[in-house]
Design a binder for this molecule. Structure first.
Ligand code: HEM
Length: 189
Protein backbone atom coordinates (compact mmCIF):
# COMPACT_ATOMS: atom_id res chain seq x y z
CA UNK A 1 0.00 0.00 0.00
CA UNK A 2 1.60 3.18 -1.24
CA UNK A 3 2.55 5.94 1.23
CA UNK A 4 0.57 9.18 1.03
CA UNK A 5 3.48 11.41 2.03
CA UNK A 6 6.48 10.99 -0.26
CA UNK A 7 9.65 12.85 -1.13
CA UNK A 8 11.62 11.95 -4.27
CA UNK A 9 9.36 8.95 -4.70
CA UNK A 10 9.92 7.51 -1.21
CA UNK A 11 7.85 7.67 2.01
CA UNK A 12 8.80 10.57 4.31
CA UNK A 13 8.00 8.82 7.63
CA UNK A 14 10.93 6.33 7.44
CA UNK A 15 13.21 9.24 6.42
CA UNK A 16 12.36 11.19 9.57
CA UNK A 17 12.23 8.44 12.19
CA UNK A 18 16.00 7.99 12.09
CA UNK A 19 16.33 11.27 14.03
CA UNK A 20 14.21 10.41 17.10
CA UNK A 21 15.32 6.77 17.12
CA UNK A 22 19.02 7.62 16.83
CA UNK A 23 19.05 10.65 19.11
CA UNK A 24 16.84 9.26 21.89
CA UNK A 25 18.53 5.86 22.04
CA UNK A 26 22.01 7.42 22.00
CA UNK A 27 20.97 9.82 24.78
CA UNK A 28 20.31 6.80 27.02
CA UNK A 29 23.75 5.40 26.18
CA UNK A 30 25.31 8.78 27.04
CA UNK A 31 23.35 8.91 30.33
CA UNK A 32 24.76 5.53 31.28
CA UNK A 33 28.32 6.55 30.34
CA UNK A 34 27.78 9.73 32.40
CA UNK A 35 26.65 7.68 35.40
CA UNK A 36 29.68 5.40 35.13
CA UNK A 37 32.35 8.06 34.48
CA UNK A 38 30.78 10.91 36.54
CA UNK A 39 31.77 13.26 33.70
CA UNK A 40 29.09 15.94 33.25
CA UNK A 41 29.74 16.43 29.53
CA UNK A 42 28.03 13.10 28.72
CA UNK A 43 24.78 13.99 30.44
CA UNK A 44 24.94 17.54 29.09
CA UNK A 45 25.18 16.25 25.52
CA UNK A 46 22.42 13.78 26.38
CA UNK A 47 20.15 16.69 27.34
CA UNK A 48 20.56 18.25 23.89
CA UNK A 49 20.02 14.88 22.23
CA UNK A 50 16.75 14.42 24.11
CA UNK A 51 15.68 17.95 23.05
CA UNK A 52 16.44 17.30 19.37
CA UNK A 53 15.00 13.76 19.53
CA UNK A 54 11.65 15.02 20.84
CA UNK A 55 11.41 17.63 18.06
CA UNK A 56 12.36 14.98 15.47
CA UNK A 57 9.76 12.58 16.89
CA UNK A 58 6.97 15.15 16.73
CA UNK A 59 7.87 15.93 13.10
CA UNK A 60 8.10 12.22 12.17
CA UNK A 61 4.71 11.51 13.73
CA UNK A 62 2.89 13.73 11.19
CA UNK A 63 3.56 11.73 7.97
CA UNK A 64 3.19 8.49 10.00
CA UNK A 65 -0.26 9.56 11.14
CA UNK A 66 -1.26 10.56 7.59
CA UNK A 67 -0.15 7.17 6.25
CA UNK A 68 -2.04 5.39 9.05
CA UNK A 69 -5.16 7.43 8.27
CA UNK A 70 -5.17 6.02 4.72
CA UNK A 71 -5.04 2.35 5.82
CA UNK A 72 -8.44 0.70 5.27
CA UNK A 73 -10.47 0.08 8.44
CA UNK A 74 -10.90 -3.43 9.79
CA UNK A 75 -7.45 -4.60 8.63
CA UNK A 76 -4.66 -5.97 10.82
CA UNK A 77 -2.48 -3.13 9.49
CA UNK A 78 -4.91 -0.57 10.90
CA UNK A 79 -4.73 -2.18 14.36
CA UNK A 80 -0.96 -2.65 14.35
CA UNK A 81 -0.55 0.93 13.06
CA UNK A 82 -2.68 2.25 15.92
CA UNK A 83 -0.65 0.32 18.49
CA UNK A 84 2.57 1.55 16.87
CA UNK A 85 1.40 5.18 16.75
CA UNK A 86 -0.04 5.31 20.28
CA UNK A 87 3.03 3.47 21.61
CA UNK A 88 5.31 6.05 20.03
CA UNK A 89 3.26 8.91 21.47
CA UNK A 90 3.81 7.30 24.91
CA UNK A 91 7.55 7.02 24.13
CA UNK A 92 7.71 10.71 23.23
CA UNK A 93 5.72 11.64 26.37
CA UNK A 94 8.24 9.74 28.53
CA UNK A 95 11.16 11.55 26.93
CA UNK A 96 9.34 14.88 27.39
CA UNK A 97 9.01 14.04 31.11
CA UNK A 98 12.73 13.17 31.14
CA UNK A 99 13.54 16.49 29.42
CA UNK A 100 11.42 18.48 31.90
CA UNK A 101 13.12 16.80 34.85
CA UNK A 102 16.63 17.47 33.56
CA UNK A 103 16.28 20.88 31.97
CA UNK A 104 17.31 22.80 35.12
CA UNK A 105 20.29 20.52 35.74
CA UNK A 106 21.47 19.03 32.41
CA UNK A 107 24.86 18.11 33.90
CA UNK A 108 23.33 16.08 36.75
CA UNK A 109 19.94 14.70 35.71
CA UNK A 110 17.83 13.30 38.56
CA UNK A 111 17.23 9.54 38.69
CA UNK A 112 13.62 10.04 37.52
CA UNK A 113 14.85 11.61 34.27
CA UNK A 114 17.05 8.62 33.50
CA UNK A 115 14.37 6.08 34.49
CA UNK A 116 11.77 7.79 32.25
CA UNK A 117 14.23 7.69 29.33
CA UNK A 118 15.03 4.00 29.98
CA UNK A 119 11.34 3.05 30.02
CA UNK A 120 10.81 5.13 26.85
CA UNK A 121 13.63 3.30 25.10
CA UNK A 122 12.29 -0.13 26.18
CA UNK A 123 8.85 0.69 24.74
CA UNK A 124 10.47 2.12 21.58
CA UNK A 125 12.08 -1.27 20.89
CA UNK A 126 8.60 -2.78 20.70
CA UNK A 127 7.03 0.05 18.69
CA UNK A 128 9.92 0.03 16.21
CA UNK A 129 9.32 -3.69 15.70
CA UNK A 130 5.66 -2.93 15.04
CA UNK A 131 6.81 -0.34 12.46
CA UNK A 132 8.87 -3.03 10.72
CA UNK A 133 5.82 -5.33 10.83
CA UNK A 134 3.76 -2.62 9.15
CA UNK A 135 6.25 -2.22 6.31
CA UNK A 136 7.80 -5.65 5.80
CA UNK A 137 4.93 -7.94 6.69
CA UNK A 138 1.86 -5.88 5.95
CA UNK A 139 3.22 -3.85 3.02
CA UNK A 140 2.26 -0.40 4.36
CA UNK A 141 4.30 2.30 2.62
CA UNK A 142 5.42 -0.14 -0.10
CA UNK A 143 4.58 0.84 -3.68
CA UNK A 144 1.93 -1.31 -5.30
CA UNK A 145 3.66 -3.55 -7.79
CA UNK A 146 7.09 -3.22 -6.14
CA UNK A 147 9.43 -5.90 -7.45
CA UNK A 148 13.11 -6.74 -7.79
CA UNK A 149 13.10 -5.23 -11.27
CA UNK A 150 10.83 -2.25 -10.72
CA UNK A 151 12.01 0.93 -12.44
CA UNK A 152 13.39 3.91 -10.46
CA UNK A 153 10.93 5.84 -8.29
CA UNK A 154 12.39 9.00 -9.85
CA UNK A 155 11.89 8.08 -13.47
CA UNK A 156 8.76 5.92 -13.37
CA UNK A 157 5.81 8.16 -14.09
CA UNK A 158 2.22 7.02 -13.77
CA UNK A 159 1.12 5.95 -17.23
CA UNK A 160 -2.60 6.36 -16.86
CA UNK A 161 -4.04 5.57 -20.24
CA UNK A 162 -0.72 5.19 -22.07
CA UNK A 163 -1.02 2.82 -25.03
CA UNK A 164 -4.66 1.99 -24.30
CA UNK A 165 -7.59 1.89 -26.61
CA UNK A 166 -10.98 3.36 -25.79
CA UNK A 167 -12.95 0.79 -23.79
CA UNK A 168 -9.84 -0.99 -22.48
CA UNK A 169 -11.02 -2.31 -19.10
CA UNK A 170 -7.64 -3.41 -17.71
CA UNK A 171 -6.70 -1.81 -14.42
CA UNK A 172 -4.23 1.03 -14.77
CA UNK A 173 -0.72 -0.02 -13.72
CA UNK A 174 0.75 1.36 -10.51
CA UNK A 175 3.71 3.73 -10.52
CA UNK A 176 6.21 0.98 -9.69
CA UNK A 177 5.08 -1.12 -12.66
CA UNK A 178 4.63 1.71 -15.09
CA UNK A 179 8.04 1.44 -16.79
CA UNK A 180 7.70 -2.31 -17.25
CA UNK A 181 4.16 -1.83 -18.49
CA UNK A 182 5.27 0.85 -20.94
CA UNK A 183 7.96 -1.45 -22.35
CA UNK A 184 5.48 -4.32 -22.57
CA UNK A 185 2.90 -2.15 -24.32
CA UNK A 186 5.62 -0.83 -26.67
CA UNK A 187 6.97 -4.29 -27.61
CA UNK A 188 3.47 -5.66 -28.22
CA UNK A 189 2.99 -3.20 -31.06
C1 HEM B 1 7.36 9.60 16.41
C2 HEM B 1 7.83 8.45 16.67
C3 HEM B 1 7.76 7.33 15.64
C4 HEM B 1 8.79 6.50 15.36
C5 HEM B 1 10.18 6.51 15.96
C6 HEM B 1 8.30 5.57 14.35
C7 HEM B 1 9.03 4.52 13.83
C8 HEM B 1 8.65 3.76 12.74
C9 HEM B 1 9.44 2.71 12.14
C10 HEM B 1 10.82 2.24 12.64
C11 HEM B 1 8.76 2.25 11.07
C12 HEM B 1 9.25 1.18 10.10
C13 HEM B 1 9.94 1.89 8.95
C14 HEM B 1 10.58 0.95 7.95
O1 HEM B 1 10.86 -0.22 8.28
O2 HEM B 1 10.83 1.41 6.81
C15 HEM B 1 7.50 2.97 11.00
C16 HEM B 1 6.52 2.79 10.05
C17 HEM B 1 5.25 3.34 10.11
N1 HEM B 1 4.78 4.18 11.11
FE1 HEM B 1 5.87 5.03 12.57
N2 HEM B 1 6.99 5.87 14.04
C18 HEM B 1 6.61 6.94 14.82
C19 HEM B 1 5.36 7.54 14.90
C20 HEM B 1 4.26 7.10 14.18
C21 HEM B 1 2.90 7.59 14.35
C22 HEM B 1 2.44 8.62 15.40
C23 HEM B 1 2.13 6.93 13.44
C24 HEM B 1 0.64 7.07 13.25
C25 HEM B 1 -0.20 6.18 13.64
C26 HEM B 1 2.99 6.06 12.66
C27 HEM B 1 2.60 5.24 11.60
C28 HEM B 1 3.45 4.47 10.82
C29 HEM B 1 3.07 3.83 9.57
C30 HEM B 1 1.71 3.90 8.90
C31 HEM B 1 4.21 3.13 9.13
C32 HEM B 1 4.33 2.30 7.83
C33 HEM B 1 5.34 2.94 6.86
C34 HEM B 1 4.96 4.29 6.34
O3 HEM B 1 3.78 4.62 6.31
O4 HEM B 1 5.86 5.04 5.92
N3 HEM B 1 4.28 6.17 13.16
N4 HEM B 1 7.46 3.89 12.03
Amino acid sequence: MESKVKLAGHPVHPMLIVFPLGLLSTSVVFDIIGLITHEARWTEVSYYMVSAGIIGGLLAAVPGALDWWAIPRGTRAKRIGLLHGVGNVVVLALFIVSWLLRREVPAAPPTGAIVAALIGLAIALGTAWLGGELVNRLGVGVDDGASLDAPSSLTAQPVRGAGRQAGDRRAYPSTAYSGIERRAVGSAR
